[in-house]
Design a protein around this ligand. Structure first.
Ligand code: ZN
Length: 452
């Protein structure tokens, strides 16, 4: 076995208000690593004997060990990673940290996420008064956690009877807020998009109860103003193929693709929807949905499948929705085989005693139930996730110029996806989060692989 990893990475001075701050200018060589490369065209490649040169929060170079000069070694801290497997930090593309706001719980989740290898998450609509503060806090290192990219919600007026819209608007009136906005045909959409941008959201989340022409107008205006558009796969009455045709960047929840096959009268409102799954014929692939997947592949629309939440529903003792689970698995597998990029979103968190964040369950589920290979799952959790956040220029692969976001494992995750639990340390923006140093908080029980 190789030398132990030094516990302390580059840190801010003790007592600083940002104890988890990104690394500043330190030069560190992560040497003799086996890099797990998920970039397009090299799927499955493991490059042994590599050195990742990190300066501050950024990857400066990626070199074979033999190319590292004596001068560089003299100038830098060296960390020996022989026997370790290194991949880009993982990305969860579906989180809700503040519905309703509960700062203590959100911080516990964020802490477990970053110590579990998650270096960025997508927040899919919440109370943005709290989310923007949490985003700042993890970015500057006031608290440990992944980077957060978040969205402002838009939906039809009828949706704002949903109690969750009140939970995320407490003290104010949901539907008239920059992060919780009712849209109808009389709306001033350019102004509403500009107000959404003012929350520092990077995307508009299109949730429910909007006709396709309004989805098209919101999408075009949001993208014109530099925002991404993240939509539910079915918006009611708008069906999945119309959502995709509107030009959105990603759609969420594989089981909602079943509404593609529903009759027009069955797609009235989100609140009035019936379970999607009776509309999905038994057997796979479903030929009636092949055209939708071809359209998604053509446009590059990402599917944020969120398939493992059906196991979490079982775990929490609520009624099993076996039909939803089966449909979500079948439709995700068909989308994957059709060449649609799948991102790894969860839409839930695991119980406090679980040592790992929910994203581990999603990755296991995609490998073991949906049938994706480990390297395809890891590509989804890194490269595709970065694209889903619009952060592909700075995240998602181990390349010079990108953020030093790395997951260091002591076993090969391409041989067995469960090895993502064998974490030695995580690097986020050059800052080291050693697994053994993680703060208590109900999350320090066992390093065994999660049960899925
Ligand atoms: Zn959600």
């Amino acid at each position: 076995m190789a030398d132990p990893i030094p516990a302390a990475g580059p840190t801010a001075p003790a007592g600083a208000p940002t104890p988890w701050a990104p690394a500043k200018d330190e030069l560190v060589l992560y040497r003799s690593a086996a890099l797990v490369d998920c970039a397009d065209g090299v799927d499955g490649a493991i490059r042994p004997g590599m050195t990742v040169v990190v300066r501050g929060s950024v990857i400066e170079a990626v070199l074979p060990d033999a190319s590292v000069t004596a001068e560089l070694i003299d100038a830098a801290e060296s960390v020996d990673l022989s026997g370790r497997y290194v991949l880009a930090g993982l990305i969860d593309t579906h989180q809700h940290l503040a519905t309703p706001p509960n700062r203590e719980q959100a911080q516990a989740w964020l802490r477990r996420q970053v110590f579990g290898g998650v270096t960025a998450i997508r927040d899919m609509a919440d109370d943005l008064r709290q989310i923007s503060d949490l985003t700042r806090a993890t970015l500057v290192g006031e608290i440990p956690g992944p980077d957060i990219a978040y969205s402002a919600l838009m939906a039809g007026p009828g949706f704002f009877a949903d109690p969750r819209t009140w939970q995320v608007s407490q003290g104010l009136e949901p539907g008239g807020l920059p992060w919780m906005k009712a849209i109808d045909s009389a709306s001033d959409i350019p102004t509403d998009v500009t107000l959404a941008r003012g929350t520092s959201a990077v995307a508009v989340k299109i949730y429910a109860d909007l006709p396709s022409d309004l989805i098209e107008r919101i999408t075009a205006e949001a993208q014109r103003q530099g925002l991404l558009v993240w939509a539910h796969a079915a918006v009611f009455p708008t069906r999945p193929s119309q959502v995709v045709a509107a030009g959105v960047d990603s759609i969420s929840h594989a089981q909602m693709l079943g509404y593609e096959l529903a009759g027009d009268g069955e797609l009235s409102t989100y609140a009035g929807k019936r379970p999607a799954m009776p509309t999905v014929p038994a057997g796979n692939p479903v030929p009636e949905i092949a055209g939708l997947f071809a359209q998604m592949r053509e446009r590059g629309t990402i599917l944020d499948a969120t398939v493992s939440m059906w196991t979490s529903v079982e775990t929490e003792g609520r009624p099993t929705r076996e039909a939803d689970r089966r449909a979500a698995v079948g439709l995700t597998a068909q989308a994957h085989r059709a060449g649609v990029d799948i991102s790894t979103g969860t839409d839930y968190e695991t119980p406090a005693a679980d040592p790992y964040p929910s994203l581990h369950r999603e990755l296991l589920f995609l490998a073991e139930e949906v049938g994706m290979s480990p390297i395809q799952v890891l590509r989804s959790a890194t490269l595709v996730g970065a694209r889903a956040l619009g952060q592909q220029d700075v995240m998602g692969t181990i390349e010079p110029g990108k953020l030093a976001n790395l997951l260091v494992l002591n076993a090969d995750p391409t041989a067995d996806i469960r090895n993502i639990g064998r974490i030695e340390f995580v690097l986020k923006r050059g800052r080291r989060f050693c697994r053994d140093d993680r703060p208590a908080g109900g999350a320090r029980t066992s390093d065994a692989a999660p049960k899925g």
